[in-house]
Design a protein around this ligand. Structure first.
Ligand code: GMP
Length: 354
C-alpha cells in the first residue's frame, strides 16, 4: 500500500479552539522545530496534519481543499501585529517554557474578533494566509474538491459535522479513485462514514480514520479505525500516522467515537469499572469469567436502555442515585476498593442523591 498523494478536505477555524481556553500550539511548534519550517508553528486543525504528512511522513503531494480559502471572511491573524507575540518567543514558550505565557493573548484576540468573522465556509480564522501555506509549508491549497481528490491515495475528511458530509461527497463521488483510502476525523463516526460511501455505491473504498482526539496543533497523536478497511491498509495508515503525528493507536472502528470523542470521559470510567470489576470477581471471589461478563453486559445494556427511556436530563427522577450507594458498597473490595474507583463513584452518587 503506497500513500503518495493525500487530499485533505476542510481546513477548520480556530475560534472554537480559542473558546475552550485549554489547548495550545505545542505540537505545531514541535513540527516547526523538527522540520525547520518556523511557520509550521502557526498551523492548526488539518493544516498541521498537512505539514506533518508532507514533511515528517514524506508524502509527495498534500492538497488541502476548502471553499473558505476564497471567501471574504477568511481572516488571517498576525500574531506579532495583532496579538503582540513574537514568533520566536511563541515557539520558545511552547518548547521550553510555558505556553500559557503567550496563549491568553491569542485567545483574547480571537475571542474578540470571533463574532465579526462569518462561520465556515464563509469565513474562518487562521494564522497563515493560503499563499503562505503554499509558499512556506509547501502544500497545495485549493477550493476545488474534485481536483484535490484526483489521483489521491488517501482522503482525510475535516468536513463539518456528519449531516452535511453526504452532500459534499456526493458532488465529488465520481472523482474519488477506485479503492482510495478515506479517513474520517472528529466530525462523523467511522461507521456512519462507511455507510455514507456504501449508500453512494462506493463499497470499494478503504474506510478508516485519522482522528486526533484533540486539536492537531496541541498534541501529536492519531487514532486509526480497524475493521472497515483491509488490514494492510490499516497498517499503512497506522505507520503513516506514527511518522506524521509521532504517536498512533489502532482502535476497533465501532469504538472510535466512544474512545476519541467527548464521551471518552464516560468510556474511561466504564472501562476502568469493567477491568476492576472483572478482577475483583474472578481473583477474589473466584467467580467464572463468563458469569462475571454476563452481569457486566446486563449492567451496561440496561444503563443504556435506562438513559434512552428516561432521558439524560431526567435520570435522578427515575432512579435515586442513593439506591446504588446502598447496593454497591458491599462490592467495595479488592481492586474495586484498592484503585479507589468504587469509593469515589459512591461519593459522586451520594452527591447526586435526592
Ligand atoms: O471544519 C469544517 C471545514 O470544512 C471548514 O473549514 C469548512 O469551511 C469546510 N467546508 C465546508 N464545506 C466544504 C466543502 O464543500 N468542501 C470542503 N473541502 N470543505 C468544506
Amino acid at each position: 500500500v503506497e500513500i503518495n498523494k493525500v487530499a485533505i478536505l476542510g481546513a477548520g477555524c480556530w475560534r472554537t479552539h480559542a473558546a475552550t481556553g485549554i489547548t495550545t500550539f505545542k505540537r505545531a511548534c514541535e513540527v516547526a522545530d523538527e522540520t525547520g519550517i518556523k511557520e509550521a508553528a502557526l498551523t492548526h486543525s488539518s493544516v498541521t496534519y498537512a505539514v506533518e504528512l508532507k514533511h515528517l511522513a514524506g508524502v509527495d503531494e498534500v492538497v488541502l481543499s476548502d471553499p473558505v480559502f476564497d471567501a471574504d471572511g477568511f481572516t488571517v491573524v498576525d500574531i506579532e501585529e495583532d496579538c503582540d507575540v513574537d514568533l520566536d518567543e511563541f515557539i520558545k514558550a511552547h518548547l521550553e517554557g510555558n505556553p500559557e505565557d503567550v496563549m491568553p493573548k491569542l485567545r483574547d484576540y480571537v475571542n474578540d474578533i470571533a463574532d465579526d468573522v462569518p462561520k465556515p465556509p464563509k469565513g474562518a480564522i487562521h494564522f497563515l494566509s493560503p499563499e503562505e501555506m503554499e509558499d512556506k509549508l509547501d502544500i497545495v491549497v485549493t477550493t476545488d474538491d474534485a481536483e484535490a481528490v484526483e489521483d489521491a491515495d488517501m482522503i482525510i475528511s475535516w468536513l463539518p459535522k456528519g449531516g452535511v458530509q453526504p452532500d459534499i461527497f456526493k458532488k465529488i463521488i465520481d472523482d474519488i479513485p477506485e479503492g482510495c483510502i478515506v479517513a474520517n476525523t472528529c466530525t462523523i463516526p467511522t461507521r456512519q462514514f462507511k455507510e455514507m460511501f456504501e449508500d453512494m455505491g462506493r463499497d470499494d473504498l478503504q474506510v478508516t480514520s485519522y482522528h486526533p482526539a484533540t486539536v492537531p496543533e496541541h498534541k501529536g497523536q492519531v487514532f486509526v479505525a480497524e475493521g472497515y478497511a483491509d488490514e494492510e491498509v490499516v497498517e499503512a495508515v497506522y505507520e503513516l500516522g506514527e511518522k506524521a503525528r509521532g504517536l498512533a493507536f489502532k482502535v476497533p472502528g465501532y469504538l472510535l467515537g466512544p474512545v476519541c470523542d467527548m464521551a471518552s470521559a464516560v468510556t474511561a470510567i466504564v472501562y476502568a469499572g469493567l477491568l476492576t470489576f472483572r478482577d475483583a470477581c474472578t481473583d477474589i471471589l473466584g467467580a467464572p469469567v463468563d458469569f462475571t461478563q454476563n452481569m457486566a453486559v446486563e449492567a451496561l445494556q440496561m444503563m443504556a436502555k435506562f438513559m434512552e427511556e428516561e432521558g439524560l436530563d431526567k435520570l435522578e427522577e427515575a432512579l435515586d442515585p442513593a439506591a446504588l450507594t446502598n447496593t454497591a458498597d458491599s462490592m467495595n473490595f479488592g481492586p474495586l476498593a484498592d484503585t479507589e474507583i468504587l469509593p469515589k463513584a459512591l461519593e459522586v452518587l451520594e452527591k447526586y442523591s435526592k
